[in-house]
Design a binder for this molecule. Structure first.
Ligand code: UDP
Ligand code: MG
Length: 310
């Protein structure tokens, strides 16, 4: 059977939300009157979500489970969803119901108008701490400024993409992935639809600060050389300062000034330059580490159980 919509939800320990996710998606998608499938990608859950997903799939063939062998991360789970989706339009949605399934119909409307990527823009956000809101807002704006692609601000992974777009994305097998950046990078006809992001239905966020930081680093290194250029900038800056300072100090010393005597000045400049050099090395390391990961060419994810009808 030809499928119009593939709804992809990455699942990491979402047992409390799964039944409601399924019933809400079902209600909304049935009302569209077109064939759809729900791909639940289990990203190494340990709370029984895996069994729940299997149960749902047993009871309803529109649910297709992709079970990972361990936790590979949200971005990789989305990637697996792209790989297994069979629909003409592919929708990525968070499993915690922060992205209301009802919005899918609005996204689909724009798709029917001819847009190939319809991304959902977070207008309002409910039930999130000021720290999360502030860091998220900072993250979106930083990424927008320093990356080479214009990734829409206040936009997560919740979006609908045409089959054509997903077929292109499937060929991009970079390891450290930033799906919303990738989907901006490919071009096509894109448009945003504003929605109200709800509070998490149950459970806690799977994005602690450390994971958010890693995601931000992936976003930056995947789409920009800016950090490498900052190192060059500091190199030129400190070289420039010393070119000016050397003759100045010589002249002052010849003129009999005692202003630049003592170890403090030496120590400070050595510490400063040492710091800049170590940071630059660290930045280089980030890029080289990613190159190394790419060179190893390991599979992006390992599936324990794929949908039977694949
Ligand atoms: N998620 C995942 N693997 C992970 C972390 C999260 O598949 O390692 C899923 C999670 O189950 C949810 C989505 O990614 O469906 C977004 O995660 P979460 O809601 O915790 O992030 P937040 O909305 O707090 O940024
Ligand atoms: Mg969430």
């Amino acid at each position: 059977m030809k499928i119009t919509y593939s709804i992809v939800a990455p699942i990491y320990n979402e047992i409390e939300t799964l039944p409601l996710l399924y019933s809400r998606v079902k209600e909304v998608m049935d009302s569209s009157g077109e064939p759809w499938e729900l791909i639940l990608v289990d990203d190494g859950s340990t709370d029984g979500s895996t069994e729940k997903i299997r149960e749902l799939a047993q009871a309803d063939k529109t649910v297709r489970p992709v079970i990972f062998a361990r936790n590979f991360g949200h971005q990789i789970a989305i990637t697996a969803g792209w790989d297994y989706a069979r629909g003409d339009a592919i929708v990525i949605i968070d499993a915690d119901l922060q992205d209301p399934p009802e919005t899918i119909l609005e996204l689909a409307k724009k798709w029917k108008e001819g847009y190939e990527v319809v991304y959902a823009v977070r207008g309002e956000r409910e039930g999130e701490s000021w720290f999360k809101l502030w860091t998220a807002s900072l993250f979106y704006r930083l990424i927008y400024r320093i990356t080479d692609v214009k990734i829409p601000v206040d936009t997560g992974d919740f979006r609908l993409m045409d089959r054509k777009v997903v077929d292109v994305l499937k060929k991009m097998n970079e390891r450290h992935r930033f799906p919303r950046g990738m989907s901006a990078w490919v071009g096509f006809k894109q448009i945003g639809v504003t929605y109200k992001r709800s509070a998490r239905h149950a459970g806690v966020t799977k994005y602690p600060f450390s994971k958010m930081l890693r995601l931000a680093l992936n976003a930056i290194t995947s789409f920009s050389y800016f950090p490498l250029q900052v190192a060059t900038f500091f190199g030129f800056l400190s070289a420039g300062v010393s070119i000016l300072a050397i003759p100045l100090v010589i002249i002052l010393r010849l003129a009999g000034s005692h202003f630049f005597e003592g170890q403090t000045t030496t120590l400070i400049s050595v510490l400063f330059l040492g710091g800049v050099q170590l940071i630059s090395l660290g930045i280089l390391g980030e890029y080289i580490g990613r190159l190394y990961d790419e060179a190893k060419g390991r599979p992006l994810y390992i599936v324990r159980d794929a949908p039977e009808d694949q």
